[in-house]
Write a protein of this length. Structure first.
Length: 459
């Protein structure tokens, strides 16, 4: 709840600022702080995790400084808040005006303190800066540092001290030549939740040891001081007589009365401003309560929506499973369809092949039918020719028979002639004179007889 108040005080600033929350703890603490920041009304909150829990209090502040100086070049000055601190709504406006008017590197103001259930009470007032060497009067929530000077100096808070690290940091800035400017206005407050909030009461021995160490550091170091402070500190003081001393005291008393009246007037004015600011803060706190109620309502709605979302997600999972099952079935049906389509394609190819074969067979059948017709015509023609040749053969056979008969008659006649010739040869054997003539005649007759059957057979 304290962190919410600190963030709320930043949202009320007229001059905008960038809230950077550093969580010095484990992952559970980091998650819890993220949830708190999410529920707050602050916008644009940057949350950093300083996870090295063994380091001291200066470590998380250095994490925030490094982020602002390296990642946010538009930042002009930085200031620090603990979770139990708040700044008043005019903090950033008056700080920015003081930086502009004074040209200082560090501007510090007064701060209030508030105990639980009690109104705010004065805490610390701005004193001359060289009083810092005597003791710390600047609370961590009451000053701001020019970012450019801090970046150029490379100065960071020590991470070895358990207490008083803020006092040590201010002393080192003073030693480094940072120009300090006091602002006579109360711009912040720190809250005393319990005695545990007072660091010197948690471990008095360590607190005393650290304070002595810082004082030894001061006593062994050199510090630049503003010229006006050095003049006032080094002016010679003559020993006045009693009347002069009395006159001086009266004059001082008059000046003190005038300053007292002036301060009283300023105090009344600041008291009025503080009353207005407290009223505004109460109004803001009331609005914060309303926003917290709204946030709780929204969280309840969010819980309901999350439950509905989980239900819808469950139903979506079931529908997804059904859809996956249907997709699987569809995949199987598509595979079966593809297989059937492939088989149909194969059957279509086979049918086309059969049709082609049938076409070829039909063509061959037509060709065979045509050739058969031609062969039938040729056969008929051949039958006709055969009949003619048979008739001719029968005619020639008859002629052959006739000629054979004639040849037989001629052979018989020839045989008779041969017998006659032999008889004549025997008859003419005795006639040697007539043999030549008879042989010639016989040869001529034999020639005629031998040629006559051949010519007859050829015909």
């Amino acid at each position: 709840m304290l962190l919410l108040d600190a963030l709320q005080s930043l949202t009320l600033q007229k001059a905008g600022c960038l809230p950077v929350v550093i969580v010095h703890g484990d992952a559970a603490a980091y998650t819890a702080v993220r949830r708190i920041c999410r529920d707050s009304a602050a916008e644009g909150v940057v949350i950093l995790h300083a996870a090295e829990t063994r380091k001291r209090r200066g470590y998380p502040i250095n994490v925030g400084i490094e982020y602002c100086l390296t990642r946010c070049p538009e930042v002009e000055f930085v200031f620090f808040l603990d979770d139990d601190d708040v700044v008043y709504p005019f903090f950033t406006t008056m700080m920015a005006s003081a930086f502009l008017a004074s040209g200082a590197d560090v501007v510090y103001a007064a701060s209030n303190r508030r105990e639980l259930g009690q109104p705010a009470a004065p805490g610390y007032f701005p004193e001359p800066i060289h009083h810092m060497l005597r003791g710390n009067f600047i609370t961590s929530n009451s000053y701001a540092i020019r970012a450019a000077t801090l970046r150029d100096s490379g100065l960071r808070m020590t991470e070895e001290l358990e207490y008083a690290e803020d006092w040590h940091f201010l002393i080192r800035m003073l030693q480094a030549g940072f120009r300090f400017h006091p602002l006579p206005a109360t711009l912040s407050e720190f809250r005393i939740v319990s005695d545990g909030n007072l660091t010197e009461k948690r471990d008095p021995a360590m607190w005393k040891a650290i304070s002595l160490e810082i004082r030894r550091y001061i006593n062994t170091s050199s510090f630049p001081l503003p010229g006006a402070e050095l003049v006032r500190m080094s002016s010679p003081i003559a020993t006045p007589d009693l009347q002069a001393l009395l006159a001086q005291k009266k004059e001082q008393l008059t000046d003190a009365g005038a300053r007292l009246r002036e301060k009283t007037s300023q105090a009344a004015h600041y008291k009025n401003l503080l009353g207005e600011m407290e009223q505004k803060f109460l109004d803001a706190k009331t609005r914060l309560g309303e926003k917290a109620s709204e946030a709780q309502h929204l969280r309840n709605l969010l819980g309901e929506m999350e439950q509905k979302f989980l239900d819808a997600k469950t139903r979506l999972g079931e529908k997804t499973s059904e859809a996956q099952h249907l997709r699987n079935l569809l995949g199987e049906m598509e595979q079966k369809f593809l297989d059937a389509n492939n088989r149909l394609g194969e059957k279509a190819s086979e049918a086309q092949h059969v049709r082609n074969l049938l076409g070829e067979m039909e063509q061959k059948f037509l060709d065979a039918s045509n050739r058969l017709g031609e062969k039938a015509s040729e056969a008929q023609h051949l039958r006709n020719m055969l009949n003619e040749k048979v008739s001719e053969a029968e005619h020639f056979h008859n002629l052959l028979l006739k000629k054979t008969s004639e040849a037989d008659g001629l052979r018989l006649h020839a045989q008779e002639l041969a017998s006659s010739i032999r008889a004549l040869e025997e008859k003419l054997a005795s006639e040697q004179a007539d043999r030549l003539l008879v042989n010639r005649e016989l040869g001529a007759l034999k020639a005629k007889l031998s040629k006559f059957p051949l010519r007859l057979l050829v015909r």
